[in-house]
Design a binder for this molecule. Structure first.
Ligand SMILES: [Zn+2]
Length: 682
């Protein structure tokens, strides 16, 4: 390849950054804390934030005479800044502090902070003060900020009469309780399938078989937890064990959550009605990119049309695979998809995901992720030794641009007892231009290198790392605003995943991977041929999985789009699964809503994942496909998509970057990629 490798690209940028070491004033960002404080010091920091927020709110109330940006919006934003700082810090300590009693006190603090935030969102005096602001002479970002805050106030019901507000408050409180019951019913209901004959586990990896010993009753128990579920669905040769485990999995929290979900649907419908919306889906969409419930329906059917042709081609391949052992087969039942996909990947793509791990030792991956991000976003990173984190293993890094520090992040990357157990990005401070630098943290659970173990990562971990790092960069690069309330990731909730889903594509690039993925013993860069084989294998099954996601989006919408009395939960679930996927659901699949946790938090907005994937692929096609780090697109993307943060509508920044609204063309190309690649090879 004749292009600059990403690594040398980074070096050039670092040198440039050094030579223009600027004289501009910079913020001297104090460390989050000067030393690792005890829990009393933590609580004092938190209470100081809450007191400062209250002082700012009092200042708005005390103002007489005409409302100005200075006497109203500025203290309002100060209250937001203080509440967010308190909220982020308490959350972070609740998830990450090594000491359990510290974590528990942090949990209590999150409730205290959340109550203060709720009180502000229902503060009528503050709403009226903001509503009477004349922003006609303000800049566009300030106008947008005020307009959006007023919408959020109205969606909370702040401008309704006392009786309505009392009803809303009661409904919200009940809803909170029912939602946590819905979630707890799911997490509490791990089901088990018993195996008497070990031959039923044929096909599963030996370490799986070894770790599932017979119990005192002589039976082997397989649970519905992911580490059991997916290997069984994928590898077990025995059809019966796969079918039984799948049925157990889709039946979790059933029938308990049937009643709970009915209550949730009714309360949400009532809330929407009191606020003047004809359905919960419409109400929930009001502050999002998509705008209305009918647009959700439109998006789902558009995506369905785009997905059907490639899904049909995949279906034909899967059915041919099934006919190898069952020549008369004409259909595929939902649970069979995992097994058939695995068989197709093996027989047609010759790819074993274990073969890639030796190229992915943690330390090299971390450096590679930092180098790739530095090159793409035109910044550099410097480890900060004088700003300690909450655990000795936490690294603190500064983001440097033109010699100036523009943000800070913390890397808490390996498992610890009691630590948050998934992978995520967390905000730490909102960035405010000239006042406060943005800070964020990654909380992950990747393998930890030791003296004898290089900490080999799975390929999926690497993709996740860059995805989460993308959220972090978005928060920091979008964190140079005038106001905390429009800083970083404060944009519409159905846009937040688009930039990070786009970045996942960088980790599929043979060129980007070869810049850091070197075999840990020999130092050999990962062969482009292996990456190509991996990409082809992972592309197979895309359309079928999108079809399933689309079915779930439709279920999420259909459950909240009309009067709860008109929705038959089992029938709606079965109808959407049959309509959007090419597989045949079994009767048990009709209970799936009971364990579909997103029906709680996301409610009607499960479409978000696919909506953002469509935008992500459209964005991605704007980059130079022969060198993803080259040209001026990365900088244009940074300027037009990331830097605005929440200072303008996401629909507008999409249009600014693409020159038009997003469409599904690139997404369709992405779904059909595997077939294009296969043809090239034949
Ligand atoms: Zn994400």
């Amino acid at each position: 390849m004749s292009m600059l490798s990403s690594r040398s690209h980074v070096i050039v940028l670092l040198m440039l950054a050094r030579t223009v070491a600027a004289q501009q004033p910079s913020i001297d960002q104090p460390p989050l804390w000067s030393a690792r404080p005890d829990v009393d010091a933590f609580e004092k920091i938190e209470n100081d934030h809450l007191a400062a927020a209250q002082r700012a709110i009092d200042q708005i109330d005390a103002t007489k005479g005409s409302r100005t940006i200075d006497n109203t919006l500025a203290p309002y934003d100060e209250a937001i800044r203080q509440l967010n700082a308190a909220n982020y810090f308490a959350d972070l300590m609740q998830e990450l502090h090594p000491d359990e009693s510290f974590r528990n006190r942090a949990t209590a603090m999150t409730t205290k902070v959340s109550n203060a935030s709720t009180a502000l969102s229902l503060n009528r005096d503050v709403y009226h003060a903001l509503a009477s602001l004349d922003v006609s002479k303000s800049d566009a970002a300030t106008r947008y900020y005020v307009r959006r805050q007023l919408l959020e106030f109205r969606l909370a019901g702040v401008n309704k009469d006392d009786a309505t507000r009392a009803k809303l408050k009661k409904l919200q409180d009940q809803l909170t309780t029912e939602l946590s019951t819905f979630e707890r019913n799911i997490s509490d209901d791990t089901r088990t399938v018993q195996v008497t004959d070990v031959r039923e586990l044929d096909g599963l990896p030996q370490d799986f078989v070894d770790s599932h010993k017979r119990g005192s009753d002589g039976k082997i128990s397989i649970t519905t937890n992911y580490p059991d579920l997916f290997p069984v669905l994928q590898y077990a040769k025995n059809d019966d064990i796969r079918r039984r485990l799948w049925s157990a999995w889709v039946s979790r929290a059933y029938p308990k959550n049937r009643t709970v979900l009915r209550h949730i649907m009714q309360m949400r419908r009532d809330i929407a009605g009191l606020l003047g919306y004809s359905s919960w889906a419409d109400y929930n969409a009001a502050d999002k990119m998509i705008g209305s419930g009918s647009n959700i329906a439109k998006f789902i059917s558009q995506l369905d049309a785009a997905t059907r042709p490639p899904a049909k081609r995949e279906f034909a391949t899967l059915l041919a695979e099934k006919r190898k052992t069952n020549p008369a087969a004409t259909q595929i039942t939902t649970y069979e998809n995992w097994r058939l996909n695995e068989l197709v990947r093996r027989s047609q793509y010759d790819f074993d995901s274990e073969s890639i791990r030796p190229y992915l030792p943690y330390a090299a991956v971390k450096q590679g992720i930092l180098d790739t991000a530095a090159s793409l976003f035109h910044v550099s990173f410097r480890q900060e030794m004088n700003a300690p984190g909450w655990d000795p293993s936490v690294e603190t890094w500064d983001v440097i641009e033109s010699g100036q520090m523009t943000g800070r992040f913390y890397l808490d990357m390996h498992p610890r007892p009691g630590k948050y157990s998934h992978d995520a990005m967390a905000q730490v401070l909102d960035g405010i231009r000239g006042k406060q630098l943005p800070e964020a943290a990654l909380m992950c659970n990747f393998p930890e290198p030791t003296a004898t173990d290089p900490g080999l990562m799975s390929y999926d971990d690497v993709v996740t790392f860059f995805h989460e790092f993308g959220h972090l960069m978005h928060h920091i690069l979008g964190g140079q605003q005038q106001w905390a309330g429009i800083s970083g990731l404060t944009m519409e909730a159905d846009f937040v995943e688009a930039p990070s889903q786009m970045l996942e594509e960088w980790m599929h690039s043979p060129q980007v991977l070869a810049s850091f993925a070197h075999q840990y013993q020999t130092g050999e860069p990962i062969p482009a041929e292996l990456v190509a084989r991996m990409n082809r294998a992972s592309a197979f099954g895309r359309a079928s999985s999108i079809a399933l996601q689309n079915a779930l989006s439709a279920i999420s919408y259909d459950i909240y789009k009309s009067k709860p009395a008109d929705v038959a939960l089992d029938a709606t679930t079965l109808r959407d699964l049959s309509h959007y996927t090419l597989s045949v659901p079994s009767a048990a699949d009709g209970h799936l809503y009971a364990s579909f946790g997103h029906l709680g938090g996301y409610s009607s907005a499960y479409y978000t994942y696919m909506w953002d994937k469509v935008i992500a692929e459209d964005f991605f096609q704007q980059f130079d496909q022969t060198n993803l780090l080259a040209g001026d697109t990365p900088m244009r993307y940074r300027r037009l998509v990331l830097e605005p943060g929440g200072s303008m509508s996401a629909n507008d920044l999409v249009k600014d970057f693409l020159g038009r609204p997003q469409n599904t063309k690139a997404f369709q190309q992405w779904m059909g990629e595997e077939f294009a690649d296969t043809r090239q090879n034949e």
